[in-house]
Design a protein around this ligand. Structure first.
Ligand code: GAL
Length: 409
């Protein structure tokens, strides 16, 4: 009798676990300070549903993490959810039937009506089914400048790329690296893509990466971009860092004048207590062509046998898209939300610039949305070599660039 009573008491006192609550391992490559602060917002919101976020952070860049994610999924050891960029990185996994179809959740929650721009959900859609939950919009199209570095160099903070290039000698004279660039391949190819939009414009960018037009890729407009890439290569000598956030830290500590980097850099400035406008200046489209790109991230969900975990996957997808999480996560991440019906008055001046450009529709799709992962990788290898090898001339690099575009898919 006493044992029965003890069980009864225990069952009344113990909080009933949510029916179907489950632990989900979530893999991502957000390991910088700012990124980790943003992940905490996702984890907190998911834990509040009664499920549990088991963090599967993979250090290094996306280029290091994605092969690990893919081999786990294809190797029969899938995680509960994983980050990929907007675009085609999970295309083959979906086509192999290894990823969850989220169409039911998306239709129930009207994602087609609330997720903007539509290209984000288009990138999740294969054969009419929706396979990912977009979590943010990041734009590569930014130049981040250290106000203190230009003060030390005795020159005004540049208002655009050309003024930045012209200020390089003064920065160097003051012992400051003009342009901080990390050594990982995705950073040099990313910088080139940003120079293309700024110097050659949106239409040329779309022709080259959208239409794979090899004549334009080999032409004079892109020739100007390679000249700018040569300037950037020269200005980045002395960077000597690998990770993007180490390069951002060079700007934060005024060891470098500037960095071409996506607006995830904002998370680092925020964590360092630096204020947009006061401590650092942000130039969208390098101050030349105010454009943002729809880079950024989405979560994909491998097919799992466990019914409770599968239910928890749907809860996580819904949590990611929810208004509250969209505000809490993106303010920490420095990214823009994937829905327009939320209050972002807490956004800083740079995020507000990005929101204005997005509202004006001055947007290009990301290279990851336009090229296959394989073609993107070939370009990363080219620009990694170009920045590391000063003997590679801009003309020789452009010739290889045009060849890659000619066979890109
Ligand atoms: C990008 C990702 C961003 C950012 C960056 C650096 O691919 O979209 O969220 O964190 O990598 O890790």
């Amino acid at each position: 009798m006493r044992a029965l009573k003890a069980i009864l008491v225990a069952s009344v006192l113990m909080p009933a676990a949510h029916a179907g609550a489950a632990d989900l391992e979530v893999t991502h490559w957000w390991t910088s300070g700012g990124e980790a602060a943003a992940v905490k917002e996702l984890a907190k919101a998911f834990d509040a549903t009664g499920n549990k976020w088991v963090d599967g952070a993979i250090a290094g860049s996306g280029g290091t993490a994605r092969p690990i994610m893919i081999s786990r999924i294809t190797g029969g050891d899938p995680m509960g959810a994983t980050q990929f960029n907007h675009g085609r990185q999970a295309e083959e996994l979906v086509q192999s039937g290894l990823m969850r179809d989220l169409t039911a959740v998306a239709e129930k929650e009207k994602w087609k009506e609330i997720i903007k721009p539509a290209s984000l959900l288009d990138s999740c859609t294969i054969d009419g089914k929706i396979y990912c939950a977009p979590v943010n919009i990041h734009s590569w199209q930014w130049l981040w400048l250290s106000n203190a570095a230009f003060k030390t160099a005795g020159v005004p903070v540049p208002k655009n790329w050309n003024e930045f290039v012209a200020a390089a000698p003064a920065l160097e004279k003051a012992g400051i690296v003009p342009l901080a660039v990390g050594g990982q391949p995705w950073q040099t190819s990313g910088a080139f893509n940003v120079l293309m939009v700024a110097i050659a414009g949106k239409d040329v960018f779309q022709k080259v990466f959208g239409e794979k037009d090899e004549d334009v890729a080999a032409g004079p407009e892109i020739g100007k971009v390679f000249k700018a890439a040569d300037d950037a290569r020269r200005m980045s000598k002395g960077s000597n860092v690998q990770d993007w956030n180490q390069a951002t830290n060079m700007v934060i500590t005024a060891k470098a004048g500037g960095q071409i980097m996506g607006d995830w850099a904002q998370g680092e400035f925020a964590l360092a207590g630096q204020k947009a406008g006061t401590d650092y200046t942000c130039l969208p489209g390098l101050g030349v062509n105010e454009v943002i790109s729809t880079d950024g991230d989405a979560f994909y969900f491998p097919v799992l046998k466990d019914a409770e975990k599968s239910k928890a996957q749907e809860v996580l997808a819904s949590t990611i898209v929810s208004p509250k999480v969209q505000v809490a996560f993106n303010l920490k991440k420095g990214s823009l939300p994937i829905r327009g019906d939320i209050d972002l008055s807490a956004a800083n001046d740079c995020m507000k610039k990005g929101l204005d450009i997005l509202a004006k529709g001055n947007v290009v799709r990301s290279v990851n949305q336009l090229l296959s992962a394989d073609s993107a990788k070939q370009l990363e290898d080219l620009f990694s070599e170009f920045f590391a090898n000063p003997s590679m001339t801009p003309d020789a690099a452009q010739k290889r660039f045009a060849d890659i575009i000619a066979s890109a898919d």
